[in-house]
Write a protein that binds this ligand. Structure first.
Ligand code: ARG
Length: 295
């Protein structure tokens, strides 16, 4: 099921229509817990989350996402309490999925379960090397025009994992250096949004990375997030067309997003913040597998 080398040249595989309804993978939090500390948010929160409250919050998120997209589910697995954060399963586009190689051993046990799910669902599965950790959509986000893949590196994903991604999707890759340990995944501090917008917390990046963002997004398309909102995981937002689903944020930020034409849906996700994740971490974007595409 896993294939090397990873260069994909079959244009049929790459022809997924962008008009297909949005689809996401989620994992119910039946086995969710904070069992270990692999990011600053988890410190002091080991076994401090309520599974009951987490279940309620996740259900609200599931309902909100289901309003605007199809949701597929993967079963949680014993020993993998962070599996709810499906964004880290891998990165998928055009029916091809690059399965993550987690930096921390604590999450590596998730890899075979996600690999199996994608294989069973008919995706073309590609493994990424253990020697160059890559944490999937947590650290890799396509610009909404599809022309560029933004990839974060530093705390988790290594810069040397970026080159294979360029080859898999034949796409321009821009690497962004994450310098604040609180924002250890790109999706905690950066969100490409429909309409050519990007919402981000500038202090999470080094100067060269900020310049790359500013070169790509003109000033009027940049939505700068305050530190107070950033630590509420405001940038960890799910965006489907004009709907944005995120944790509770300030009135200023939601008004700013509304003024740009977005419909803002806030879902309280406090139990997941204790593990260092929020809305966007709890979903992984999917396109239909190649086996379901008509030739
Ligand atoms: N506890 C998880 C970790 O540290 C949280 C993952 C959050 N996911 C994300 N896409 N940012 O790996």
């Amino acid at each position: 099921m896993s294939t090397q080398p990873i260069e994909i040249t079959n244009p049929a595989i790459l022809s997924t229509a962008s008009s297909t309804p949005a689809s996401f993978l989620m994992c119910p939090p039946r086995l969710y817990d904070v069992n270990y500390v692999i990011n600053p948010w988890m410190a002091g929160n080991v076994h401090a989350s309520s599974r009951e409250r987490a279940a309620e919050q996740w259900e609200h998120l599931y309902q909100a996402v289901s309003e605007v997209a199809e949701v597929q589910l993967i079963d949680p697995q014993p020993g993998s309490p962070d599996m709810v954060f499906t964004a880290n399963a891998g990165l998928e586009r055009s029916g091809i999925v690059a399965i993550s190689s987690f930096f921390h051993p604590e999450r590596q046990g998730e890899e075979p379960h996600f690999r199996q799910w994608f294989h069973n669902a008919g995706y073309l599965v590609i493994d990424t090397p253990r020697s160059t950790p890559f944490e999937g959509e947590g650290d890799a986000l396509f610009s909404t025009d599809g022309t560029r893949l933004w990839v974060g590196y530093g705390p988790r994903t290594t810069p040397s994992s970026h080159q294979p991604l360029r080859k898999i999707w034949n796409i321009e890759v821009a690497s962004l250096h994450l310098i604040d340990p609180r924002f250890y995944h790109l999706d905690t501090c950066f969100a490409p949004l429909e309409g050519g917008y990007a919402m981000y917390f500038p202090k999470a990046f080094d100067q060269a990375s900020l310049e790359k963002i500013e070169d790509f997004y003109p000033a009027e398309k940049r939505i700068i997030v305050s530190e107070a909102d950033a630590v509420c995981f405001a940038c960890n937002a799910i965006n489907v067309d004009r709907t944005i689903i995120l944790n509770q944020v300030s009135r200023e930020l939601s008004a700013q997003l509304e003024s740009k034409g977005f419909h803002v849906v806030q879902v309280a996700l406090s139990e997941f913040l204790k593990a260092g994740g929020a809305a966007k971490c709890l979903v992984m974007k999917l396109s239909p597998p190649p086996s379901t595409l008509s030739a």
